[in-house]
Design a protein around this ligand. Structure first.
Ligand SMILES: [Zn+2]
Length: 522
């Protein structure tokens, strides 16, 4: 009560005169249709600050993070007394909707129920809070890695990515988008008033689950001003899935041995290649954790640090402050580590320092964006590292992709088309594998409740691993072409990625279509 009284007190006379006149003039447009509309009187900034008994900077921070709702009348901020009262009661602001959000909430709740999830929202939540809460719960239930809310010309589109593939969830009225974006910004502690620049934030939610511990979700959010409004992308980080041990990754036995030998090197450069979203970080983290022991010092530089790993000194890139990959590695070298992980190589400087670190007795692990293992070696030469340096420093190169696994509950036997089989046979033969000797228990996706009618559930790595041998090293120094490097590696036992995939399809773990899709072989 005392607070309200303070708020209703007239501001000091001088200020009242100055702001009062502007308020009267600016408030005119809405004056026609009763400016109060049951929300109490309109306050200016000073009035609102007085009512809240706070400082001006704090007040503006609350305004920016969407804790207080205001509106711009001309160039002046105005606040409904009722909105300020909501804040004082600890309630979130009421978001004005320009059309009915009811159908969207209902559709999301229906989808969540059909997927076997339980509604995490309560009767106390506003419809907008319900909509955003349901989106997150549905994505989590579908095991999605990210949520995409994108404005297009006629509607906004809500999609989730499951096992690397986007699935449309709903089309919604564009007029609902600003309220949803504002709600996500508030959850992510972002600036609700900034709509013209990209913003990043983090949301930690704990989802109520029927008959169990609440699930804790860590979401990274990005807001991007697009032509038709702001686009929102929420990435769901899953610590338990990202931090698997090496033995939980289903490598073919020969590949697991190759990787084991690579990690057993006391020094050298190990390069893991693959496009974004091919599970490189998961593999790097698993390798790092495999090497952690009290007698070994492990350091990593990442952009950003996604997961904390006990036993590793982790540093984050900060380009603005001049903390680059290259600078971090130089600092690492003065800290006497045994093992270093360099999140990503973006330029020649970083790549060369990695080579030098490897040659001076450190085991260095890093990633590159390339198509295959031999291509990675070639790429390093293209970036400008001398062949002898690559040949001496690099011990191991791998390339990887993720293929979707068939749902174990609904996959059915199938005989692939003659065309697909011929293709697979040719690839197997090129990869040095006896096609006739492969077991052929091909299966196809069907779709059931467990996999959300997709037919696939979960993903597996397909890999190719190249070890630096005297023959490959010699070929590199001679300037051999990628095809020659590949042929030598296959001759020395490397299973090419397509063959690893075909083997898995033939064993009924995935399909030939999926392998061809992932490797763009169609
Ligand atoms: Zn299924």
């Amino acid at each position: 009560m005392a607070r309200k009284k303070a708020g209703s007190k007239a501001p000091p006379a001088g200020r009242a005169k100055r702001t009062g006149r502007k308020a009267a003039g600016a408030a005119k447009p809405s004056a026609g249709k009763a400016p109060t509309e049951g929300k109490g009187k309109l306050l200016d900034v000073d009035g609102a600050i007085a009512m809240l008994r706070t400082t001006r900077p704090t007040f503006y921070r609350w305004l920016r993070t969407g804790k207080i709702k205001g509106m711009k009348v001309g160039r002046q901020w105005r606040f409904y007394q009722a909105d300020i009262e909501r804040f004082l009661k600890g309630q979130e602001p009421q978001v004005e909707l320009r059309t009915d959000i009811g159908p969207l909430v209902k559709a999301l709740a229906g989808r969540l129920k059909a997927a076997g999830g339980s509604d995490p929202t309560g009767p106390g939540d506003s419809p907008v809070q319900r909509a955003t809460g349901l989106m997150i719960a549905l994505a989590a239930r579908m095991r999605a890695s990210d949520i995409h809310l994108e404005p297009y010309e006629s509607a906004a589109c809500l999609r989730v990515r499951v096992d690397g593939v986007l699935h449309p969830i709903a089309d919604l009225d564009l007029r609902l988008l600003p309220a949803l974006v504002e709600q996500f910004k508030r959850m992510a502690n972002c600036d609700v008033l900034e709509r013209r620049l990209p913003q990043d934030g983090r949301i930690l939610v704990s989802l109520k689950q029927a008959g169990g511990e609440p699930a804790k979700l860590d979401l990274r959010v990005n807001f991007l001003p697009a032509l038709m409004g702001e686009a929102v992308t929420l990435r769901i980080l899953r610590r338990d899935e990202a931090l698997v041990s090496l033995d939980r990754i289903d490598y073919a036995p020969a590949d697991r041995q190759r990787l084991g030998r690579a990690l057993g090197n006391p020094w050298g450069l190990l390069v893991f290649s693959g496009p974004t979203g091919s599970g490189k970080t998961t593999v790097l983290y698993a390798c790092l954790r495999h090497l952690i022991r009290p007698s070994v010092k492990v350091m990593s530089i990442e952009d950003p640090v996604e997961y904390m790993i006990p036993g590793v000194v982790q540093a984050a890139v900060n380009e603005k402050m001049g903390m680059t990959f290259a600078r971090a590695i130089r600092a690492f070298l003065r800290s006497d580590p045994d093992v270093m992980m360099v999140g990503e190589i973006r330029n020649r400087e970083t790549l060369e320092i990695c080579h030098q670190a490897a040659l001076t007795g450190h085991l260095v692990m890093t990633t590159l964006h390339t198509d295959g293992a031999p291509e990675t070696l070639k790429r390093m030469l293209d970036i400008g590292v001398p062949p002898f340096l690559v040949a001496d420093a690099v011990k191991f190169v791998s390339a990887q992709r993720l293929v979707r696994c068939l749902c174990q509950s609904c996959a059915a036997p199938v005989e692939p088309s003659g065309e697909a089989l011929a293709r697979a046979e040719e690839l197997a033969r090129k990869g040095g594998v006896d096609w006739e000797a492969l077991p052929k228990t091909f299966r196809k996706p069907v779709g059931c409740e467990k996999c959300g009618q997709v037919g696939y559930r979960g993903r597996k790595l397909i890999v190719e691993m190249l070890e630096m041998t005297p023959e490959i090293s010699g070929a590199l120094r001679r300037g051999a072409a990628v095809d020659d490097l590949r042929a030598i590696a296959i001759g020395q036992g490397m299973t090419p990625m397509p063959v690893d995939g075909i083997r898995r399809a033939a064993a009924g773990q995935t399909t030939l279509d999926e392998v061809f899709r992932v490797l763009s072989l169609k």
